[in-house]
Design a protein. Structure first.
Length: 368
């Protein structure tokens, strides 16, 4: 097996992510200039507002759901499972995790753990619905997982308005989670950050090891490379699909539970619908990081900083915070376009010189 060469500093110059960042910020600068703004001042406020002082604290807090959802998507995507149901899995887990924290008696730490487990279980069960549809009835998981997001929205909206809603509230929400049952913060830069941040770090480390060193990581990578090849190699494709979807849904449910128990302290319907943007940002982060856990952590931190910095930029320069959203989208488009062109070139070369050697393929299985 040939030795895998590490990334050298000069390799970063032509790396797809580097090119994508240059293109995205370049086009962003053009947009700012055309609207009469100062690109350097705007980007300066974005970077300082998102990565220094209290902005850094807010970025780390915002990074928690983004990285969590990106890890959930990475589990599915690296296995060749096109799960687009992260939004619904997050919402269902959030609501039932919240209700557990509200109604379950007992010591605060015990209730918090129980609520998180319920949120993870409900998220996993919700994710299993499209997985069972594909494995048992050949209904495309891509379609059903996406459509179930709308079912989850409608279901949670109904439940939080009627059986689970706070009587007489001005907006659709549950009652507040008791203070003893809230995920605690730790002090940082004059404020607080949820201890869920440590869970995210731990999950990144766990998945990095699982992807690289376990049978599960090898089999899911093989499944993502080629379903028929994995089946020929002895992998139970249907069972592995169910396991991957349940795991991804569980992480989504945990993220949803964190958003209530660690941030808003009650399930507010309109607020949670807005929070579903974390799911789609997580999807973009997973794509940008090529489903690698450590890269997801870095990309999630960067995207969270762009979002927080965008608000600071708008306050200081009157340039809309939505420019940060545009830059994120441009980064993804540029990366996907570059990788698509590279794949086409390699495919053409492969057709001319023959398929790659097996050991060159396996050298990259489980890479993080």
């Amino acid at each position: 097996m040939p030795e895998r060469r590490g990334l050298r500093p000069l390799d970063l110059v032509g790396h797809p992510v580097t090119v994508a960042l240059v293109v995205a910020f370049g086009l962003g600068a053009v947009v700012i200039a055309l609207t009469g703004g100062d690109p350097l001042a705007a980007f300066g406020e974005m970077l300082t507002g998102g990565f220094t002082g209290s902005g850094l604290r807010n970025t780390l807090s915002r990074m928690i759901p983004i990285v969590g959802m990106a890890l959930a998507f990475s589990l599915a995507f690296r296995s060749g499972v096109l799960n687009l149901g992260g939004e619904g899995q997050m919402l269902m887990g959030a609501l039932f995790g919240t209700m557990t924290a509200i109604v379950l008696p007992g010591p605060g730490p015990v209730v918090i753990v129980a609520a998180l487990l319920v949120g993870a279980a409900v998220g996993a069960l919700w994710a299993l619905l499209p997985a069972l549809g594909q494995t048992k009835f050949q209904v495309p998981l891509l379609i059903t997982s996406l459509l179930l997001n709308y079912v989850a929205r409608a279901t949670t909206s109904y439940l939080v308005r009627y059986p689970f809603g706070e009587p007489g509230a001005a907006f659709a929400s549950t009652v507040a989670v008791p203070e003893s049952n809230r995920i605690p913060d730790f002090p940082f830069l004059g404020g607080g950050i949820s201890i869920s941040l440590f869970f995210v770090f731990g999950l990144v480390a766990l998945l990095a090891v699982v992807y690289r060193r376990s049978v599960f990581g090898y089999e899911t990578a093989m499944l993502g490379f080629s379903g028929p090849f994995a089946r020929y190699g002895g992998v139970d494709v249907e069972r592995k699909t169910l396991l991957v979807m349940a795991s991804a849904g569980a992480i989504g449910g945990l993220v949803g539970s964190h958003l209530v128990l660690g941030e808003t302290y009650r399930y507010i319907d309109a607020d949670m619908i807005a929070q579903t943007g974390f799911a789609w940002t997580g999807l973009m982060v997973s794509l940008l990081a090529a489903n690698r856990p450590v890269a997801i952590l870095l990309a999630g931190f960067f995207f969270a900083g762009l979002q927080i910095g965008g608000f600071a930029m708008e306050r200081a320069t009157k340039v809309s915070w939505q420019l940060a959203e545009m830059i994120q989208a441009l980064v993804i488009v540029a990366v996907v376009s570059r990788l698509g062109l590279t794949w086409r070139r390699r495919r053409k070369l492969g057709e001319e010189v023959g398929p790659p050697q097996p050991e060159m393929e396996t050298a990259h299985v489980g890479e993080v």
